[in-house]
Design a binder for this molecule. Structure first.
Ligand code: FAD
Length: 326
């Protein structure tokens, strides 16, 4: 069969992550076009109803590998390789994210398959899938077809929209997986919050203090945190400071991070690059503080302040606290 298998990552609370749901929706659309089925694989002890709910996103079947732990790539590669072989599945599709990349790469090696990563769109052509992948800093697109199946497609983070329809429950099929010796070489010691940024969902916050390289160093982010706290909001970040290791990836906004739409987005030391803009442009009010009057963010903010964030932020925090009588 020309089926598509999607890895559905879930939290400890058995909530599926948005990237996985997006990949399932995409697989459902594509499976219809190539005459196959969209299936998902779920690992760990996830109840029937939760697994079956993936039918709402278009999965007709959910393979559940109860004995396989969530969160480590190699055991999941074992599970996916087995399901693909046993069911003659043609494509494995991942929604992106670090774990998706890791499993996708391992699965590619295991299957001796062709792979495309950072895919932003997939289309059906003559009963086969063609993956579109941006190159040269997104200025050009490469179309990638596959000469053999199974094949692996790894999406860019948030590339596929989750579409919840009125689909019926998916059929849940339990699979027994024998783990390879080397797949038990690494073992999960703990799965929990990732420290700062962990447990905080910036997509839920009404107020965000967006922080960029203008802070000059990790230690200076304290003034962003103080401001966010005084406002009852959270600190969010540009990719530049996530890549620099100043703040966890969970707080990144933009093309390769999260999309937010808070009531107030206060950007400090953020230039406003297009890749950042796409993640926050729907905020109700955008306030920008930047020492460069030509910074791109001034072209689309509601209120722009030209000045040094190191001087302005502490004063702002002080004023807010005073107003609140703190
Ligand atoms: C494929 C791809 C995907 C990407 N995805 C993302 C993404 O998801 N999210 C994202 O954010 N970026 C992303 N980027 C990176 C993006 O292009 C920018 O490089 C990044 O957003 C810049 O971050 P920044 O604004 O913190 O840093 P900079 O561009 O270096 O800007 C720093 C700003 O701080 C100002 N400044 C300096 N000192 C002060 C001061 N004392 N007071 C006030 N202002 C000051 C400067 O004038 C400047 O405007 C991506 C890039 C690529 C190629």
């Amino acid at each position: 069969m020309a089926g598509i298998l999607v890895y559905a990552l879930h939290s400890d609370e058995n909530e599926f992550n948005a990237n996985s749901l997006g990949a399932i929706s995409e697989a459902a659309k594509l499976a219809g076009e190539i005459g196959g089925e969209a299936a998902a694989i779920v690992v760990g002890d996830v109840d029937d109803a939760t697994c079956a709910s993936l039918g709402g996103y278009g999965a007709s079947k959910v393979y559940r590998a109860k004995s396989v732990p969530e969160g480590l790539a190699q055991p999941i590669v074992d599970a996916m390789a087995k399901v693909i072989a046993d069911n003659d599945i043609s494509y494995a599709l991942f929604g992106g994210g670090l774990l998706g990349f890791e499993i996708g790469a391992g699965l590619t090696a295991r299957l001796g398959a062709g792979v495309t990563m950072e895919v932003t769109a997939v289309r059906a052509d003559g009963g086969k899938l063609v993956a579109e992948r941006p190159v040269l800093q997104d200025s050009a697109i490469v179309d990638v077809g596959y000469v053999s199946e199974p094949a692996v497609i790894i999406g860019r983070l948030n590339a596929f929209d989750a579409v919840e329809g009125e689909g019926s429950d998916a059929e849940v099929v339990d699979v027994e997986v024998e783990l390879s010796d080397f797949s038990s070489g690494a073992t999960m010691v703990k799965r929990g919050e990732s420290g700062e940024g962990g447990g905080v969902d910036i997509t839920d916050a009404d107020i965000l203090v967006g922080s960029g390289r203008g802070f000059g160093g990790e230690e200076n982010l304290a003034i962003a945190r103080e401001l966010a706290e005084s406002l009852g909001g959270e600190v969010a970040a540009t990719r530049a400071i996530v890549d620099a290791g100043w703040i966890p990836y969970a707080t990144q906004i933009g093309q390769t991070g999260k999309t937010v739409a808070p009531k107030l987005y206060l950007a400090a030391g953020v230039s406003g690059a297009i890749q950042h803009k796409v993640g926050m442009q729907n905020s109700e009010n955008i306030v920008a503080i930047n020492k460069d009057s030509n910074a791109p963010i001034f072209e689309y903010c509601d209120l722009g302040i030209v000045g040094d964030l190191h001087k302005i932020l502490p004063k702002l925090t002080e004023a807010i606290k005073a107003k609140k009588g703190q």
